[in-house]
Write a new protein. Structure first.
Length: 224
């Protein structure tokens, strides 16, 4: 991991959160630029959120451990984006452990400077509020699906992630998908096989083709 203070913050304009902030205001931030290798940890769940990690290049995975010690993976985030805005906004601990999937370049903005920026710029403030609202909705959706059968969770996830050509590319291996759904790898493999035998999907390595999205939607409502 390498660190340096950046004088060129033009890359921040590519991050949706900062797109409406004047260039001269961004130039005054002087964030710390950090390069992480694959497997490098940007922050750990529960640690104080003293700065805002802004991912400029690469991908990171978000995870957290349950009380029983099982690690749950929430998903992956690709640059450019600002990470864990909730923790930086409320001053609490980081909501997840963020780990570099491959080499990553990150700007770290001190929390106080970021909050000053939020106070000064209404468009940035509105964007932040929308993102926080989306986070709250996602959390509620996660609680509502906690008791949903595994096949229904999988079917709903596939439909939600499907591209225009009804193709879904799995995030890493099946264990990664299992972590996202809150089930075991064996369960994911079993339910993928069931959907495949039913003629609803075709699986080619890490790529899933939705052959009958309408019927798959019925499975998302109930796996019975």
């Amino acid at each position: 991991m390498s660190r340096s203070v950046s004088r060129d913050t033009s890359a921040l304009r590519a991050v949706p959160l900062f797109a409406a902030v004047p260039a001269e205001r961004l130039a005054a931030l002087h964030p710390t630029a950090v390069t992480y290798p694959a497997g490098g940890v940007l922050c750990r769940a529960g640690e104080p959120a003293t700065d805002l990690p802004v991912l400029l290049a690469g991908r990171v995975a978000a995870s957290a451990a349950t009380a029983s010690g099982r690690v749950l993976r929430f998903g992956e985030y690709a640059a450019p984006c600002a990470l864990d805005k909730v923790a930086v906004t409320d001053g609490g601990g980081h909501t997840a452990t963020l780990t570099a999937v491959g080499p990553c370049r990150v700007y770290r903005l001190p929390r106080a400077r970021f909050l000053d920026l939020v106070d000064d710029h209404a468009p940035l403030r509105r964007h932040l509020l929308r993102k926080l609202a989306d986070t709250a909705r996602d959390e509620r959706r996660r609680w509502l699906t906690a008791g949903v059968p595994a096949q229904a969770r999988l079917a709903g996830w596939l439909l939600d992630r499907a591209a225009d050509d009804d193709v879904v590319r799995l995030p890493g291996g099946r264990q990664d998908l299992a972590d996202l759904l809150g089930v075991t790898r064996v369960t994911v493999s079993r339910e993928l096989s069931r959907l495949r035998r039913a003629g609803l999907i075709a699986v080619d390595g890490r790529t899933v083709h939705l052959l009958a999205p309408e019927l798959l939607a019925l499975r998302a409502v109930s796996a019975g």
